[in-house]
Design a binder for this molecule. Sequence first.
Ligand code: G4P
Length: 530
Amino acid sequence: MSNYQAEINKRRTFAIISHPDAGKTTLTEKFLLYGGAINLAGSVKGKATARHAVSDWMEIEKERGISVTSSVLQFEYDGFCINILDTPGHQDFSEDTYRTLMAADSAVMVIDGSKGVEAQTRKLFKVCVMRHIPIFTFINKMDRDANDTFDLLDEIEKELGIATCPINWPIGSGKRFKGIYERDTRSVVTFSDTEKGTKEGEETRISITEEEQLNKVIGEDFLDQLDQEIALLDGASAEYDIEQIRRGELTPVFFGSALTNFGVEIFLHHFLKMTTTPLPRQADIGMIYPLEKEFSAFVFKIQANMNKAHRDRIAFIRITSGKFEAGMEVKHVQGNRVMRLSQPQQIMASERKILDEAYAGDIIGVFDPGIFSIGDTICMPNDSFLFAGIPTFAPEHFARVRQMDTMKRKQFIKGISQIAQEGAIQIFQEYNTGMEEIIVGVVGVLQFEVLKYRLENEYNVEIRMEKLPYEYIRWIENKEEVDLDKLIGTSDMKKIKDLKGNPLLLFINQWSIGMTLDRNKELRFSEFGR
Ligand code: G4P
């Protein structure tokens, strides 16, 4: 195997998804600890930046000239080269959070054991399902009182519609958390929180057959309960099936406590064995496989620089095949232009590192002189194909936007269009009128602030924003078959169109969506725009 093949085969690129506070940052820190990327946990991102308020956010962006939330972390562990993609949450939740998942080959879903499946996890999960990528579940905070284990699994299956296969099983929780039972080795790993933040300290592993010792360590009651639960589990749970896992139909489930560093290395060990090498991507000429010699990549995120002095942008690209070398000539297919990607860099937490080479599976940031759009294809100069593109995801907040000074119409349109091109916002128009009224849709409300701030600071345009009550948007999948003028909607429904002229519908609640579908039998909705 050539060197470049070996490099690609050792890559594992995944995103961590969770609801805020479930422990995503803590778990990431512990991963880095095992990779030796940091000495002590706690340095992935300061809490202050993770939980910043709007005004802080602007300041931080300005100071660093890069989004503090755009983390791609690369580290080596056990012969693997791991790329972790952070999916920003809290107020930073935006369409980028969804798009990040387009660059990942699998997802780790972190769930708080006392909360179960929460709203943001549900949303991100839908995108993983759309992509059929493997999803691994880490049920965290077992050192706190957790919900009943069977109930947790049941919730995942019912709420998310994915079968579960526990790889290990918790023994108690909270103050009475004793450890986990590992199903493949049929042994109990006992809980110790002496490891707090360091990787020293050997775990104690006791075979399930060592009854006497187990009685001593976890107690007779727990042992009895464990015996019963194992019997139930072996009888009732889905069988381990790597093919189903790879297709995203079955999620392996692990338990642990990221804070006390318990169950994290066990997770990492199994996860790295089960997850995939870089996945191929669909293009108009067929599948593009990672091991193909020719370099190719697609743009999945564009980060504008908030610093006025550096009005550049960074395009984040996912390498889909071959090897990238700094200085090589590539083709930007959409722009039909041969160019060199300048300042190729890897973003390590908040640090940028200029790189010489990168391989399929890697995520790199490149300087964008304002030519790239989300979903664009980059390939070798002699090639010409297009990757399938990245869908647009349903915004949940809408506002009507006008410029205050009517003389500044041109700057306003230019600014708002450029910001939309970067993918920070989506813009729509009234269905029957021209460009006069602009409706802006965003996934996270912070994007409204960003829009206002940037229009004022970069384009010198002040705007008035009128929030609209809609929360749901639907694309019409079979738009050719539907006559929008004859559509029988609900009184709160609003017809709009995107810049390509595609019709869309806005709704205030889910009930109206159901009602509209009921009244128009031929209508098919989609939550993703193509
Ligand atoms: P997030 O990135 O998913 O938003 O979550 P994060 O890791 O920041 O964790 C949220 C809070 O939960 C933090 O506490 C963190 O210490 C705690 N936490 C994470 N994993 C565990 C765990 O396994 N057990 C327990 N008991 N707590 C856990 P915080 O008080 O908000 O922050 P901090 O001041 O402790 O840093």
